[in-house]
Design a protein around this ligand. Structure first.
Ligand SMILES: C[S@@+](CC[C@H](N)C(=O)[O-])C[C@H]1O[C@@H](n2cnc3c(N)ncnc32)[C@H](O)[C@@H]1O
Length: 280
């Protein structure tokens, strides 16, 4: 069981002492390019824009979580800082829609402890047969709205360890704060030391009555929740189009992610053959 107060205290002390990222992992940031220079400065100095990079590295060093799942990794700064302190027996799974991890050096890509996954994090088929399980730290930094972070929590909750941390960036942007405020767990707002746009950590503890479920049940629950969210979003989108009859008359190609999600449901239910139609 994580001693949340003690962990926060240790992190605060470590943050005050300062963190120096290993220079060799930052070598793909070119100080001659303005964007790279800015990102390099945040990463090296921490402070109001980049304090969370240091905090993530120190969390990884102090807690030594076995499984860290990162949602949203553009450019790769947070990935690099977690990697810098990743223990030998730990793994980092990192997900993004886009293939732009420009600062991540080759050794991170080639390290068997790191799995990079591409696609929508709410589409669990992006993991193939290797769905994360017993995630000790869920670190989310995707689209900064309540609906997204809430959906991520709903989907990944069955895949968390019984006792886990949910770390959320930018909690003060848009309506995202609502997620942090309504979380029924111990939590701590680290905005002052980590990120001007907000940064928070939540200590998730699974209720005793929900523990001890099989791996298959937990993975199936997560998959079904993901597919339900996909279906709701997909039909909400289609519902915005007033000429529904016209759409019915046309052939429709479902988004790849929806097709994949439907396939995942079918597989989870034991269906071995899926016949698809492009017509409504
Ligand atoms: C703010 S950036 C991440 C920055 C990174 N965590 C860091 O601090 O260095 C947000 C990223 O989330 C990704 N993203 C947005 N929605 C996503 C989704 N549904 N699934 C996966 N990635 C998503 C975007 O492509 C973008 O690269």
């Amino acid at each position: 069981m994580i001693d949340f107060s003690k962990l926060l205290e240790s992190l605060e002390t470590a943050m005050r002492a300062g963190y120096a990222p290993p220079p060799h992992l930052l070598r793909k940031m070119n100080a001659d390019i303005p964007l790279d220079r800015e990102m390099l400065r945040y990463t090296l100095e921490g402070g109001p824009a980049g304090g969370y990079f240091h905090w993530l590295a120190l969390l990884t060093r102090i807690l030594q979580p076995r499984t860290i799942l990162e949602l949203g990794n553009r450019y790769g700064n947070s990935t690099i800082l977690i990697y810098a302190e990743l223990a030998a027996a730990s793994q980092l799974i990192s997900v993004d829609l886009e293939r732009d991890q420009r600062y991540i050096p080759e050794e991170v890509w080639n390290d068997p402890r790191v799995k990079m996954r591409f696609g929508d994090c709410l589409d669990l088929s992006i993991y193939g047969d290797d769905l994360p399980l017993d995630v000790d730290v869920l670190w989310t930094d995707t689209v900064h709205i309540y609906d997204q972070v809430k959906a991520e929590f709903v989907v990944y909750e069955p895949l968390l360890a019984d006792d886990a941390l949910v770390v959320v960036d930018d909690i003060n942007l848009n309506d995202k704060r609502k997620f942090f405020d309504e979380a029924p767990f111990a939590k701590f707002d680290l905005t002052t030391s980590c990120h001007t746009t907000g940064f928070g950590v939540i200590h998730y503890v699974r209720p005793p009555s929900e523990r001890g479920k099989s791996r298959e049940t937990r993975q199936l629950t997560a998959t079904l929740r993901a597919n339900q969210i996909f279906a709701q979003r997909y039909w909400a989108q289609v519902g915005h189009i007033s000429e529904l009859e016209e759409i019915r008359a046309r052939s429709l190609v479902l988004p790849r992610s929806v097709k994949r999600a439907l396939g995942a449901t079918a597989r989870a239910l034991g269906v071995t053959r899926i016949t698809s139609s492009r017509q409504f």
